[in-house]
Design a protein around this ligand. Structure first.
Ligand code: SOE
Length: 394
């Protein structure tokens, strides 16, 4: 039994209960049972537009009450934190209103659908922080133990001067042209396609690991399938096609080159058409003293090449990142048992709750989310200008 259960409550409200809502619910439920937290998350209210559906989801996901209007959530005195798990077109409105109402905010990635919204959110977050109200953007892959070890090796200088960053995020869930429309394929709802949905992750991850930021990009975007069947039920994510077709208004794939602030050259690929790749995040970083390589499809392993090794014994070593001394691992299982996709969300809750209790600003901050948004915007501007090299303004 952890000590959390005797600590003051942190009353949480979750807005949205689809894939991300389910992953966040699991994290809010699980964190206090594996980590000693300074505050005890209480799953107080789940908000969704349809009363019957949100009532069913609340029972399944473990929430004590429901609301059908997120604005009502902000009026409740029994809500301390709002967790935004809605499509990107509502992130800014909900997060800014919640911060102004004095609620801490966790907002799913990408932070917003465009730079203007992200700037307004970062501004509201800075003002709220001055009043002790905290905010975080949900780049959960930072909290995979192997990613934490990668960042540590770079920070310790084990890779030396970073020369190359190579990152891919490969999925294939819409490679079939008969896969129906969804909100993720609608620019008005999602802001962009593979670029913002999964490209944002590899932009954030590579900046997090290297401690550097992208300063410019040259990009290509493509929409391979421009018309898709409408879903069987309005808003359905069931993947079942209905009558008629809809126009895809976002990118299916983004490919871009970049330069990092420390001088490294980078290549990025984010696609939903890598047939056979389900959720492959692949990162390789080459430095003057060493290299590292990570693949989320083998997420408990980090490959490390130590350039200080004599040539006769040098080679990429396969580090199984499951030792108690590795980031977060000590709270879970003995060495070699491994963690999964959901653990990053639990670690996100742990770090957020710990920062709130310590009256510190958690990371990644909304300012970090804004910087990623500026990279996404530069990619779109470059692609629209025949891949012209496009600088990223701070
Ligand atoms: C895309 O389908 C997606 O759900 C992303 O939106 C998530 O951020 C990623 O973790 C898994 O894939």
């Amino acid at each position: 039994m952890t000590r959390t259960l005797g600590t003051p409550a942190l009353n949480v409200a979750l807005i949205g209960y689809a894939f991300m809502g389910a992953a966040h619910s699991h994290a809010w439920r699980t964190a206090p049972h594996f980590f000693d937290l300074p505050l005890r998350p209480d799953l107080t209210v789940l908000a969704g537009r349809n009363q019957a559906a949100v009532t069913e989801a609340a029972a399944k996901l473990g929430w004590s009450s429901t609301e059908t209007d997120w604005r009502r959530v902000l009026e409740r005195d029994d809500v301390d934190l709002v967790d935004v798990c809605t499509p990107g077109d509502t992130h800014a409105e909900i997060a800014i209103a919640a911060l102004e109402a004095g609620k801490h905010v966790l907002c799913e990635k990408p932070l917003a659908n465009n730079v203007a919204e992200a700037e307004a959110m970062a501004d509201a977050a800075a003002k709220a922080a001055a009043r002790g109200v905290r905010s975080m953007v949900g780049f959960t892959y930072r909290r995979v133990p192997a990613i934490g070890l990668a960042r540590q090796l770079v920070a310790e200088g084990r890779l030396g001067q970073i020369r190359h960053v190579r990152a891919q995020y490969l999925q294939d869930w819409i490679a079939d042209p008969s896969a129906p429309m969804s909100w993720r394929l609608d620019k008005q709802k999602a802001g962009s396609g593979a670029l913002g949905d999964i490209g944002a992750h590899i932009v954030d991850l590579t900046q997090h690991i290297t401690g550097q930021t992208l300063t410019g990009v040259s990009a290509l975007l493509e929409t391979f399938v421009k018309e898709r069947p409408l879903p069987a039920a309005a808003g359905s994510l069931s993947g079942v096609a209905g009558e008629g077709t809809g126009t895809v208004t976002v990118d299916d794939a983004a490919v871009f080159l970049g330069r990092f602030s420390g001088g490294a050259l980078a290549s990025f690929e984010a696609t939903r058409f890598a047939l056979g790749r389900k959720n492959a995040i692949r990162i390789e970083i080459n430095g003057s003293r060493g290299s590292l390589a990570f693949d989320f499809e083998d997420m408990n392993v980090l490959h490390f090449f130590d350039g200080d090794e004599p040539d006769e014994t040098a080679g990429f070593r396969r580090i199984v990142v499951t030792e108690p001394g590795h980031p977060y691992v000590g709270a879970w299982w003995p060495a070699g048992h491994g963690l999964g996709y959901e653990h990053g969300f639990t670690h996100q809750v742990v770090d957020l709750v710990t920062a709130i209790a310590a009256e510190e600003d958690p990371t990644p901050s909304f300012a970090d989310g804004l910087q990623v948004q500026r990279v996404l915007d530069a990619v779109e501007r470059s692609a629209a200008a025949n891949s012209a090299y496009t600088e990223i303004k701070a």
